[in-house]
Structures are given as structure tokens and as C-alpha cells.
Design a protein around this ligand. Structure first.
Ligand code: FAD
Length: 117
């Protein structure tokens, strides 16, 4: 049981890292197909997330709070908001969303460079 909880938490940390980094490096002015790609990715991610209980709850969150894809900021703030809803359900402290885009760098020149613009 403890081993399962550790695996679930590790999967969660890795997944949130990928999610927040993807949202924080999303184009500032996304094209229509980029917006559609992000939206599809998030719904499929929620559907395929390997922890079934987590996936069920996250899909309900997406129904209630559809992904915001109009800009990098909108996407990153949405991600922080839904993560905070999961934090709340798990009795974890709320996270300050103010600096979320700066926090999740990808280490890749192209996407991080858009920050300097
Ligand atoms: P995590 O919540 O994993 O966060 C990792 C780091 O991200 C934190 O240390 C902090 O630096 C940063 N962070 C925290 N909050 C935010 C935020 N709002 N925005 C940006 N960055 C933030 N576990 C369950 O037991 N039951 C579930 O139903 C469940 N559902 C999940 C659904 C999804 C989609 C995902 C990705 C994970 C889910 N998890 C669930 C796992 C859970 O959310 C945590 O990942 C896990 O419990 C480990 O928690 P943690 O305290 O290490 O921090």
C-alpha cells in the first residue's frame, strides 16, 4: 500500500512538471491549430492518465473548467488553478500562481527565448 502511494506521488510530480512546463512554454500568440492541439492533449491526458481514480477526478475538473488556450499566460494560469483544485482535494496547501510561467523553464533555447520578447 505504501509502495503504491509512493509510485502514485512520483507519477503525479512528474506529470505536473510536464503539464506546467508545456503550458508555460505554449506560444504567447497561438495559432488555431496550436490551440486545438493543446486542448486535445489535455483531454487525452486526462483520459489516459494511468491512475484511474485521478483520471476520473481530473476529467470532471476539465468538464467544469475547460482548458484555456488563448495564450501562454491563460494556459499556465489555468494549469495552476486546476492543480490547486487537486491540491485542495488532497489537503495540500494552495500554490501561488503569480510566478508560474517563470518557474517552469524547459531548458530549450527556442521556447524559453520567447520570454525575452
Ligand atoms: P505535487 O502536487 O505533485 O506538485 C509538485 C510541485 O509542483 C510542488 O512541489 C510545487 O513546487 C509545484 N506546485 C504545486 N501546486 C502547484 C500549482 N497549483 N501550480 C503549479 N505548480 C504547483 N493523487 C491522489 O492521491 N489522488 C488523486 O486523485 C490525484 N489526482 C491527480 C490528477 C492529476 C492530473 C495529476 C497530475 C496528479 C494527481 N495526483 C493525485 C497526484 C498528486 O496531485 C500529487 O502529484 C502527489 O500527491 C505528489 O504531491 P506533492 O506534494 O509532491 O506535490
Amino acid at each position: 500500500k505504501l509502495g503504491n502511494e509512493t509510485a502514485k506521488a512520483e507519477l503525479g510530480r512528474a506529470s505536473w512538471k510536464l503539464l506546467h512546463t508545456t503550458l508555460s512554454r505554449f506560444p504567447k500568440k497561438p495559432a488555431k491549430d496550436e490551440r486545438e492541439a493543446l486542448s486535445s492533449f489535455l483531454y487525452l491526458f486526462a483520459r489516459l492518465y494511468p491512475c484511474g481514480e485521478c483520471a476520473t477526478h481530473f476529467q470532471a475538473l476539465l468538464q467544469r473548467y475547460p482548458p484555456q488556450t488563448s495564450s501562454r499566460d491563460a494556459a499556465a494560469q489555468w494549469g495552476c488553478f486546476v492543480h490547486n483544485l487537486v491540491n485542495e482535494r488532497l489537503h495540500k496547501p494552495a500554490f501561488d500562481c503569480g510566478a508560474v510561467t517563470e518557474m517552469y523553464k524547459c531548458g530549450c533555447a527556442d521556447a524559453d527565448a520567447e520570454d525575452e520578447e
